[in-house]
Design a protein around this ligand. Sequence first.
Ligand code: UD1
Ligand code: CA
Length: 456
Amino acid sequence: MKGLSVIVLAAGKGVRMKSDLPKVLHRICGKEMINHVVDNVKGLGASQIIVVTGYKQDSVKEVLAENVETVWQEKQLGTGHAVMQAVPSILKDAGHVLVLYGDTPLVSSETLLRLIEYHRSGSYGMTVLTVDMDNPEGYGRILRNNAGNITAIVEHKDANQDQRRIREINSGIYCFDRKLLAEGIGSLKNDNAQGEYYLTDIVEFLDDKGIIIGGCKSDDPQEVMGVNTKYQLSVVQKAMNLRNLIRLMEDGVIIDDPDSTYIESTVTIETDTRILPGTHIEGGTRIGPNNVIGPGVRIQNCTVGSGNEIEFSVLRDSDIGSGCRIGPYAHIRPGCSIEGGNRIGNFVEIKNSRLKEGSKVSHLSYVGDGDVGRGVNIGCGVVFVNYDGRKKYRTVVEDGAFVGCNVNLIAPVRIKKDAYIAAGSTITKDVEEYSLAIERGQQVEKKDWVKRKGLK
Ligand code: UD1
Ligand code: CA
């Protein structure tokens, strides 16, 4: 939308959060609060987005996209003071300015557009997005005159008993005529309960000048929920998670129990994949169709093909092909490529390793820094001994090899195509194709030893 500038306030520490992290950097469904707001704003196609930073500004700037401008508010003297810092940077050809707060992450692009349309279609100098709340505690209250126009916003702390009974609240989202914003911002004083320059005092200033202030009412109180405390963070997180799950279900994903399923905003999942309870899917994870995932699975930053079954397992930073059965109780650590049709069974840990198609590691094994070919069988209790206390080495097991139970493969070592390793062996040298390697002490049997000792 040409001619629109946007200001997002994100300078506050967020004292009520009781945290060293700036409030807007707290993550909700895998994304910083400020970036939820900025991404929603991006949907408007504004000519300019300015974020006002302050407390720990370097860490806030670090997470912002490059095409977002920032201005610095050295001291956090209130929301009005924050906007004051941004006003000189507003493009001169901007007709309208949208102002919103970085601690209101659930507001959608559609609602913002509706506010802007409402503002432009009336003859308003300023329009406030409002909503009726059952429990308006902590929010600024909206005062209207008989004609229904807004005459003032009173902060909760400054409000009298009658005003506190008003349920219509200020969402903190406003659309301004650019020139009136610049004029009004210069009028603010800090003579209130908190000794701050309130942006909301602009309303009275403009009203006194005879400017009409519009109140665009939203019917969704949840969307404008501000995050001031860790409890509110959890409420917003739950709402955002449910939104993500609904979006996925609308796209054809099956989710048995939304109450115990957590899927971050950045995850994609294709149709008819079924997510069972107690499952967390995070980061840039991409999941194809027709998988069954869960119960009790955590997947971070993985790609997963189709037709896999994964239960009670943890998978990180790895690629999983199609048609694998993983778990229960498998741990796929970063850097793995499990190419397809693989069986990874219980109490198996795999790290920085490649398993080509059809290979199996069914029970109680550690595969670290391994290159495992096609159709390999890794028996129960096999350890890829990859670390000598100083350096890590790789183990190669070529196509069709069979590694018996309780074998140690001391890296670097190569088990060539179709070789067999006898159970219980500790292998330190390469094994040739089609050979059997066996490394065991001879079994000695002492006849009647028990009787001679008088034990039975
Ligand atoms: C504010 C509104 C209140 C509204 C509520 C909606 C004012 C005076 N009050 O109250 O009417 O109902 O939001 O959620 O505007 N910030 C700065 N610099 C500052 C102070 C704040 O950048 O000096 C930023 C904060 O980082 C935050 C946002 O402005 O993202 C809002 O500040 P906050 O202190 O949370 O305001 P509320 O008390 O919630
Ligand atoms: Ca707030």
